[in-house]
Every structure is written in C-alpha cells, then in structure tokens.
Design a protein around this ligand. Structure first.
Ligand code: 6MZ
Length: 359
C-alpha cells in the first residue's frame, strides 16, 4: 500500500471512530446548521411566491465556499429571509436534530435567536414554539423510524440575544426563556456580528438571567474587537461558558486560565472566518495542554459544511490526540451542559457504559 493510501485508510478509520463516539454538542445555531439542499428548496419556494427578488443571487450566496466572517453574516440575513414561516422553522429544527442524531450526538444544546415578523405574524414566542415543535417532531420521527442510535438524543434550547438588539428586546428574550423553562429552555446566549453593537447594552438582561438562575454563555473574542475592553468586561461578568475566545491579549489568557470558564471550541468556523490564522495557531493547543475545560462544537454546520465528527477528527490529526483522548474530551463535555442534574447523570452513565469499548 502506498503511503498516500495508508493515510487515506487511517483517516477513514479515524472518521468512523469519531462518528461512532457518543458526543455532546453545546454550540450550534439552527439557522446556521441548515442543509444546503433545504435552503435551496426554501429559496425556490420563496422565488415562486415572489418573496425574494433574485433566486440566482440567493443561490450563489448559499453555495459560496470560504466565507469571511462578514460574508457569513450576509448569509445569515439571507437565511433569515428564507425562514420567516413557522413551518420552515419547525422543519429546519427537526432536520438539524436528525443530522446530529445520525452522528451519535447524545446531547444537543441548540441556541437560536427568537425573531418577530409582523408580515408573517411571527412573535418571539411563536418562533420559539415553532422550534420546540421541531424538537418534538424530530423525536417522534427518530423513534418511529428506529433511526436513533442506542442512547437516543436529548435536546435542550438556549435563547440567543443578537448584538443588533436593544436592551428591552434582550430582556424580552430572557423573560421568554424563563417562561419556557419547563419546555426545555436551559440558558441564554449572546451572539451576532461581533463588530456590531456594544455588549454592555445587554448587561441588564444577562444579569437578570443570572439572578433568575439561567446560565449564560457569551460569544467572546471572535475578532480583534472594535471595543478593546469588551473581553475584559466579559471575563469580569464571569459567564458560565464562553464561545470561541480566539482573540485575547496576553494578560487576558492568564486571567481566563485562572477563571476556568469552559470554552466552546469551533475549529472550522474559526478557520473559515479568519478568527485564527491556521489550525496550528488555534488556542485549542494551549487550552488542551493546560487541561483547560473545553468542549468541541460545530457552530454552524451548514454554513461551514462541517459536522461534529469531523471537528473531533480535526482535533485528533492537528494536535496528535489518540482515540482515547477523544473519548475523554467527549465524556468531559457532560460537565459543561446547562441542563438539569438528572440529565447530566444520565449522560455520565452513557459514557461510563461504553467506556470499556474506548480504552
Ligand atoms: C456570532 C453567530 C455566529 O439564531 O438564527 N451566529 N454569532 N458568531 C458566529 N460565528 C460564525 N454564527 C451564528 O442562527 C443564526 C444566528 O446565530 C448567530 C448570528 O446571530 C446568526 O444570525 P439563529 O438560529
């Protein structure tokens, strides 16, 4: 066998291992995780209804590869035009869950921004209800078709505050999350274009969430920020988790190291959007070496054409991790979920049960 063939074979074995591995996904935006085929279908439907002006332009934006961070946000705007119907929201949520289930994700925390739209009669509440309907449908379909792997998939929801919103809109989202707690809403996320807005606008809402017992995760240090104090202030807030944390100053890395706030690591997203220069420069190396709490995630599996198994495979090949190291990473992620304790224990049991196969 040539060395090229050997490399391919080793890669195949690794990818199959990563797919089989039970995994936890804690950073996934449904609207960024839509299948391209579904997006194109929705675009065609809007084209027929006359609700988008140029199908070829939309198609080009959807199928473009290698997007900059700003181009990603252009795509999100297009996606949000395509997903203004409740039925579409339900459909994409269901499909996203099916895709994660198909690669042995046993716990999935989706995070989505509740949206209102006067034209379609959508309110933030009805948006979230449509997402919850998608979760219910996915569970039904997966069970009916026996598509679930042995452990099933548990899904919980975080409500995101978009950096374009006002303080009042952010507070409305937190109140909604509190009302929807019994339906599987387990936390709050701050996301959106990192060069937009000032995160302090949302501090009252985030503080309120915390006072009411809702855990908070913040997209932090995705780009060299327009507001240089932002990372500092976010660390001082001490969220329950941090998304990305790519661009920190020397003193902030030190601070982070002492705070031990779990970091959601998204390799492909960070590379594609230029948040890190190369995989060798990725802060995972430092986090991993220092036994820092972290979890490997996808961010936007549709936008970045990735999946969680591939992200684990990237960790293995780029940082020389063994299969057992990957298992430990997947298992340890249960410590950082926002869901209730009994579910945490259930997940721990799943990993304990399969551990002998992964030694
Ligand atoms: C910051 C991001 C993001 O909420 O409509 N989002 N925010 N950085 C990122 N890295 C690339 N990826 C996604 O999903 C899409 C929304 O999630 C946030 C943005 O606000 C985007 O509009 P939902 O389901």
């Amino acid at each position: 066998m040539s060395s090229n063939q050997e490399q391919h074979r080793a890669r195949d074995i690794l990818v199959r291992y990563c797919k089989r591995l039970p995994k936890i996904e804690l950073h996934a935006h449904p609207n960024g995780s839509i299948r391209d085929s579904t997006l194109l279908e929705l675009a065609q439907e809007h084209d027929q209804r006359g609700t988008i002006s140029s199908y070829p332009n939309v198609r080009e934006i959807i199928l473009k590869e290698d997007r900059s961070l700003q181009e990603c946000f252009k795509l999100f705007d297009v996606i949000h035009v395509l997903t203004t119907d409740h039925s579409f929201i339900t459909r994409i949520t269901k499909e996203v869950i099916e895709d994660f289930a198909a690669e042995n994700v046993v716990y999935l925390e989706l995070r989505t921004t509740p949206k209102s739209n006067v034209l379609t009669g959508m309110t933030k509440r009805s948006y979230v209800e449509a997402v919850l309907a998608g979760i219910t449908k996915a569970n039904l379909v997966l069970c009916e078709n026996h598509q679930l792997h042995a452990h099933g998939i548990q899904v919980r929801l975080l409500l995101s505050i978009d950096r374009r919103e006002t303080t009042d809109q952010a507070i409305e989202t937190v109140k909604l999350a509190l009302e929807m707690k019994s339906h599987g809403v387990v936390g709050i996320d701050l996301s959106g274009n990192p060069v937009t807005g000032n995160w302090k606008t949302f501090l009252p809402a985030l503080t309120y969430a915390r006072q009411c017992g809702l855990p908070v995760t913040l997209h932090c240090g995705e780009v060299p920020v327009h507001n240089p104090d932002e990372v500092e202030e976010m660390l001082a807030f001490h969220p329950d988790r941090l998304g990305h944390a790519c661009v920190l100053q020397e003193s902030q890395w030190e601070r982070l190291h002492n705070l031990r706030i779990p970091v959601e690591v998204c390799f492909t997203s960070n590379l594609r959007t230029g948040c890190v220069k190369s995989i060798c420069d990725h802060h995972f190396a430092w986090l991993y070496k220092t036994h820092y709490p972290l979890v490997i995630c996808t961010d936007d599996r549709g936008v970045f054409s990735t999946n969680l198994s591939s992200e684990y495979a990237i960790a293995a090949t780029s940082f020389d991790l063994s299969e057992h190291d990957l298992f430990e990473l997947a298992k340890n992620a249960t410590r950082f979920i926002f869901a209730e304790e009994p579910l945490k224990r259930h997940l721990d049991r799943i990993f304990a049960g399969v551990e002998p196969n992964y030694r």
